[in-house]
Write a protein that binds this ligand. Structure first.
Ligand SMILES: [Zn+2]
Ligand SMILES: [Zn+2]
Length: 348
């Protein structure tokens, strides 16, 4: 089968590999229908993910059809249409039992697919702990609608959930990239009083204004003025930092009102400064970390009910044979790209 492979730093190639086989009783093999490219794939390409293993198939955001399951798998069966979770988790350790699946202590746990083990930018993928890692897609939901459930939409949902948003709140979201928009969609479900989105890229700003006219979308240079106008208590009630570039960490806490929650979703490439003397008395609560992606079933239900629609994010589609072109487009942000769907196999 064809598999897009991390050969060495800076070098991904589409290579022929043998079909994956079940290795344990809790494994499943999934025939991938659609995969997507994530910024984390680019981090691997650029050597910024030291635990990524050369030779592995990349890709951790995909949907498909179950081909085979191990003896101990009970939640899915061959023929099921499924979402694959970005995280591998055992479902049994202390952290899994508390819903903190990102911190699963199992040796196979964590971000494994497309990083430490073969991922899904391929025709087939082996998924360990299939009962945890696969979620059946409702009949009325298409593969396109479900494509982001296991990674960026799970991240947005988790971020909105831990931010304790109420109907009284003005919520500020920094960044309107793919994960920022997913965070926006999940924040809208909480029905806060007002949402402000700040994004420096003009095209992304226009995307938010076009699709979500009820949201106030501003560039960074208009943010202070917008906060002053809409936030009577000196800042936003909740801030979600999904940008992770330049000064956005500082912007996040500066734009928060006293006693606000600041949720950091962004993955920084450098250390950030937490100037406690300056923020003394502001009594902020920071929440940080990686997604606990254990709400995929709930997300798929919300999609089936029409409460969430991420299909506008799919701006381009490529067949697996042309995945290198898809990367070129995504990496260089050409042609107003937001997300690319890579068609890995035939399906009706
Ligand atoms: Zn990702
Ligand atoms: Zn676990």
């Amino acid at each position: 089968m064809l598999a897009y492979t991390y050969v060495s730093e800076g070098n991904f190639q589409l290579v022929e590999k043998p079909l994956p086989k079940l290795q344990g009783d809790r494994d499943a093999i999934v025939r991938v229908t659609l995969a997507s490219i994530c910024t984390s794939d680019l981090h691997i390409k650029h050597g910024a993910v030291p635990r990524a293993v050369p030779g592995i198939t990349v890709g951790h955001e995909m949907v498909g059809i179950v081909e085979a399951v191990g003896k101990a798998v009970t939640g899915v069966k061959p023929g099921d249409r499924v979402v694959v979770n970005v995280e591998t988790f055992c479902g049994e350790c202390f952290f899994c039992r508390h819903g903190y699946v990102n911190n699963c202590t199992d040796e196979k746990g964590g971000w494994a697919l497309g990083c430490r083990i073969d991922g899904g930018q391929a025709e087939y993928v082996r998924v360990p702990y299939a009962d945890q890692g696969l979620t059946v897609i409702p009949e009325t939901v298409t593969f396109e609608q479900a494509l982001f459930v296991g990674d960026i939409l799970a991240t947005g949902f988790w971020a909105a959930r831990i931010s304790e948003i109420t109907g009284e709140d003005t919520v500020l979201i920094l960044g309107a990239g793919p994960t920022g928009i997913c965070t926006l969609l999940c924040t809208m479900l909480k029905r806060p009083r007002q949402i402000i989105v700040c994004e420096k890229d003009g095209e992304r700003l226009a995307f938010v204004r076009r699709h979500y006219p009820q949201v106030i979308a501003v560039p960074p240079e208009e943010l202070a003025q917008t906060i002053a106008q809409h936030c009577p208590h000196g800042g936003a009630d909740v801030v979600l930092e999904v940008a992770g570039t330049g000064d956005t960490f500082r912007t996040a806490w500066q734009c928060a009102r006293p006693n606000a929650i600041v949720t950091v979703v962004a993955l920084y490439e450098e250390n950030q400064v937490l100037p406690l003397p300056q923020m003394y008395g502001k009594n902020l609560t920071f929440k940080t970390g990686g997604v606990d992606g254990c709400d995929c079933g709930e997300l798929l239900d919300l999609i089936a009910q029409g409460e969430i629609d991420t299909t506008p994010l799919i701006t381009h589609e490529y067949p697996l044979e042309k995945i290198a072109e898809a990367y070129e487009l995504f990496e260089n942000r050409k042609d107003h790209v937001i997300k690319v769907a890579v068609r890995c196999g035939m399906y009706s």
